[in-house]
Design a binder for this molecule. Structure first.
Ligand SMILES: [Zn+2]
Length: 131
């Protein structure tokens, strides 16, 4: 129905997160990578969630359970609350966000400040602190 990207950018998803998830282009900023990971959660795309996660902290053994969980909830939206660095010339950056989802009929949220780093020149998720 809607071609709007699930990440809330108000852009066509093919020009937004799907272009990054499919590898057509790289995320230019940490917040673009954050958005693409949220959209990957809405698609339960565990392969991309692993690929976009720093190799030092990548939860390889949890991939299947992450996919199963991502599929079991209804994703309601992403709100980017703030960013620190994470722009094109930077090597690290922080993004604070809320991701909303329905689980068992109840609205839930992940409120996190995430650390992103570059690995082999590409932005990846490193770690996060729940707020
Ligand atoms: Zn998007």
């Amino acid at each position: 129905m809607s071609n709007l990207c699930p990440c809330g950018s108000q852009k066509d998803k093919n020009d937004c997160c799907l272009a990054i998830i499919s590898g057509k282009r790289d995320a230019k900023t940490a917040s673009e990578l954050m958005r693409s990971r949220y959209t990957a959660f809405t698609l339960a795309d565990g392969v991309y969630l692993m690929r976009s996660h720093h190799s030092q902290t990548r939860p390889v053994r949890e991939q299947k359970s992450i996919e199963a969980w991502a599929k079991s909830v209804q994703w309601m939206g992403l709100v980017i609350l703030g960013t620190q660095a994470g722009e094109a010339p930077d090597h690290t950056g922080f993004v604070e966000f809320r991701a909303l989802y329905l689980e068992g009929g109840k609205m839930q949220q992940i409120h996190e400040k995430s650390l992103f780093k570059r690995e082999h020149g590409k932005w990846v998720y490193f770690s996060g602190t729940h707020l």
